[in-house]
Design a protein. Structure first.
Length: 279
């Protein structure tokens, strides 16, 4: 393994009841995940969490579906990777939703019919600028290049509720793919029956913490946290997390478990960015 011991990820066993979500979980993913966890008997990838200052709670930055699935199985604890939200290497970015399988007219009429939302025709550069200034709630791009900005009044919580109303239009009737570009022409060759691309704003860490504290969750699959030295494929036994040992004993077990992994040279650090094709 390359890197120093102080660069190892901070893995802890935490009570699930102390974890707060900042985004909705995806039922289409969390329910099958609960089944897979039960069959496999291990937690493959730990959720990423950050502590709320001066509180005994943590915000789940990534892993809402895993936390929800474990809770549904009645498992009281989870192995989580704890990160510092002020770490300069940690990046908070945004995923866009590429929607397919829904008629354009059906989507457009539904979003235009939302009481708190208005649509305005726009150009791509103008839409980007309005979103960056938070003058727009979001913007949408159709496969033919037509662009509309989405506007809504209110504070962070009210605007978040409007975003959920928008995503609710298509999350059960269409199929959602995550994208990181608003150039629809670059996405069309890889996906069938594209309806629309929905582009969301970039958030600040303070906004994520605030939303989690008050229980006002963003739609699933919007925030993207790029975590330095991320722990993957730990394959930690669920039996330990399920057992009624005291939390301090479980964390002692985790410490010994990590020590054994290091002694057996089973932990490796890959510095290069990668593409995975088996997710």
């Amino acid at each position: 393994m390359t890197g120093h011991l102080q660069d190892l990820p901070d893995l802890r066993i935490l009570p699930i009841k102390n974890l707060l979500l900042h985004e909705q979980h995806d039922v289409q993913r969390s329910v099958p995940l609960a089944t897979r966890l039960s069959v496999d008997g291990v937690l493959r990838n730990p959720p990423i969490v950050t502590p709320i200052p001066d509180e005994d709670h943590f915000v789940v930055l990534d892993g809402a579906n895993r936390v929800t699935a474990l809770a549904a199985l009645g498992i009281p604890h989870v192995v989580a990777q704890v990160v510092d939200y002020e770490d300069e290497e940690l990046i908070l970015d945004t995923w866009y939703h590429l929607v397919s399988g829904l008629l354009r007219e059906e989507f457009h009429q539904a979003i235009d019919g939302l009481a708190q939302v208005s649509l305005e025709p726009s150009e791509l550069m103008q839409a980007r600028a309005e979103l960056a200034r938070r003058e727009a709630l979001a913007y949408i791009v159709y496969p033919d290049g037509e662009v509309f900005t989405v506007h809504a009044e209110g504070d962070l919580h009210q605007r978040t509720a409007c975003l959920n109303d928008i995503v609710n239009i298509y999350k059960s009737r269409g199929k959602i793919y995550r994208a990181n570009t608003d150039h629809v022409d670059k996405l069309v060759p890889y996906y069938d029956a594209i309806t629309v691309l929905v582009v969301f704003p970039r958030y600040q860490p303070a906004e994520i913490l605030e939303l989690a504290r008050v229980g006002a969750r963003l739609p699933a699959g919007i925030t993207r946290h790029v975590i330095p030295r991320r722990a993957l494929r730990i394959n930690f036994p669920l039996s330990v997390l399920r057992d009624d040992w005291p939390l301090v004993e479980k964390n002692g077990y985790l410490k010994d478990w990590l020590k054994e992994k290091m002694a057996n040279k089973e932990a490796r650090f890959y510095q290069e960015s990668t593409f995975l094709f088996d997710e």
